[in-house]
Structure formats: structure tokens, C-alpha cells
Write a protein that binds this ligand. Sequence first.
Ligand code: 5GP
Length: 106
Amino acid sequence: MTIFSKIISGEIPSYKILENDKFFAFLDINPLVEGHVLVIPKTEVDKLYDLDDTYLSEMLVFAKPLCHALESAMNCVRVGLSVIGLEVPHAHLHLLPINEMDDTNF
Ligand code: 5GP
């Protein structure tokens, strides 16, 4: 079981932002910028591009209103979407409220 599956089940506490039957969004424990959110599928898949097309599309549709909400809440010029995946082998999208490219090194 991945650390993110333990977050979904509540075994590991997190600051939940939004959840539905397929996806879970929560604050990153070690934020690159203020308001750094992670969106994860409830199914355990290592890489984002291993999700089937429908699931991947639904993940973006789930993330879309979150991006708009973050943009307003954080008063930023855009929310960067990033896929890194070096630390946790459970597909995830980083939502990063940013104002300048030099906000951080991501
Ligand atoms: P990546 O796998 O894309 O390199 O990074 C994984 C991200 O998950 C990191 O930004 C890291 O801070 C975050 N992360 C790792 N473990 C936990 C955790 O237990 N709780 C939360 N909220 N975030 C975590």
C-alpha cells in the first residue's frame, strides 16, 4: 500500500481539500509554494500516464475547478500543473499557485 493510499484511507492524516469516488486532493506536507495541492487517483497506479485515458481525463476534470478556486484563494496569476513522481510511486498531480517562474525551483 502506498503512502498516498494510506492518506486516502485516513490511516495517515492529511489536510483534505476535496474528494469524490475516484480522486482525492490534499495539501502537500512539504509545500514548494503556499497552497501546494496534490491530486491523486484512488486507484493505485505508479505513473500518471499509466492511467487509462478515461481515468486520466476525469482526473483533469476533477482538478480543473480546484485550479480556479486556488487561483482566487491564493490571488495568483496561474496554477502550475506539475508531474514529478520521484518520491511517491502513486500517480499524482501537483497544483502550484504561482506568480513568477522563480517562485521556486520546480
Ligand atoms: P513527487 O513524488 O512528485 O516527487 O513528490 C511527492 C510529494 O508528496 C512531495 O511534494 C511530498 O512533499 C508529498 N508528500 C510525501 N509524503 C506526504 C505525506 O505523508 N503527506 C502529504 N500531505 N504530502 C506528502
